[in-house]
Design a protein around this ligand. Structure first.
Ligand code: DGI
Ligand code: FE
Ligand code: FE
Ligand code: FE
Length: 189
């Protein structure tokens, strides 16, 4: 749509070329997953379009933006810009681009960690982010395959991959990441 193209051109101007390419890849993956899993394709596209909107912001800008817009972060989030960029992207999508659909907004906000009770759209955006065509890591093709066979299984595998990576890097695991995994395992069984 016209509005999506406007956002795309803004992204092209603000994101690094590689990140912009990633967003196009996530849109593509989200479209395909939405067709497979009977999720509104337009909502999936819009969520994908915005999910990394604020990825280019530096830590200080994010902290200032949050203070000015009454966004609160917990202790873990407020020391890690990776854990802030989704929440800020949500705010910009809402305030600057008048996206009001809660499911789209939640999909943007929670795309990095997932969460307990995540919707189908949220799951789909999390996975699209993980398996988009420009991603390459051992096992990505297998995960792409599973994504079109068992959405929850694919999601658990993706979260496991993230957690393993975080452990290897000595990073703090946000409780939401663990809650998302536990929730999906409970849901699947
Ligand atoms: O923005 P992207 O690079 O496309 O992907 P993303 O938003 O899913 O993840 C961004 C980064 O956040 C990635 O390096 C993994 C990291 N991350 C995800 N969950 C957690 C996390 N980092 C910490 N410290 N804790 C988490 O629970
Ligand atoms: Fe992201
Ligand atoms: Fe992700
Ligand atoms: Fe992303």
């Amino acid at each position: 749509s016209n509005k999506n193209n406007l956002v795309l051109s803004e992204l092209k101007n603000t994101l690094k070329p590689k990140r912009y390419k990633h967003v196009l890849g996530v849109i593509d993956a989200a479209k395909k997953l939405s067709l497979k899993w009977n999720v509104d394709q337009e909502k999936a596209e819009i969520a994908a379009l915005f999910h990394d909107f604020s990825k280019n912001m530096d830590f200080e800008d994010m902290t200032r933006y949050a203070a000015e817009n009454e966004i609160t972060f917990d202790k873990i989030e407020s020391s890690n810009k990776e854990l802030m960029h989704g929440r800020i992207a949500r705010d910009i999508a809402y305030k600057k681009y008048f996206i009001t659909d809660e499911d789209i907004l939640n999909s943007i906000e929670y795309h990095t960690t997932g969460r307990r009770g995540m919707s189908k759209l949220e799951k789909l955006i999390f996975l699209a982010d993980y398996i988009e065509p420009n991603r390459s890591f051992p096992g990505v093709d297998k995960l792409r395959d599973i994504s079109f066979k068992n959405l929850d299984k694919a999601l658990i595998d993706a979260i496991d991959g993230t957690i393993e990576h975080l452990i290897q890097m000595g990073e703090i695991i946000h409780p939401r990441t663990l809650e998302a995994r536990n929730y999906l395992i409970e849901e699947l069984s």
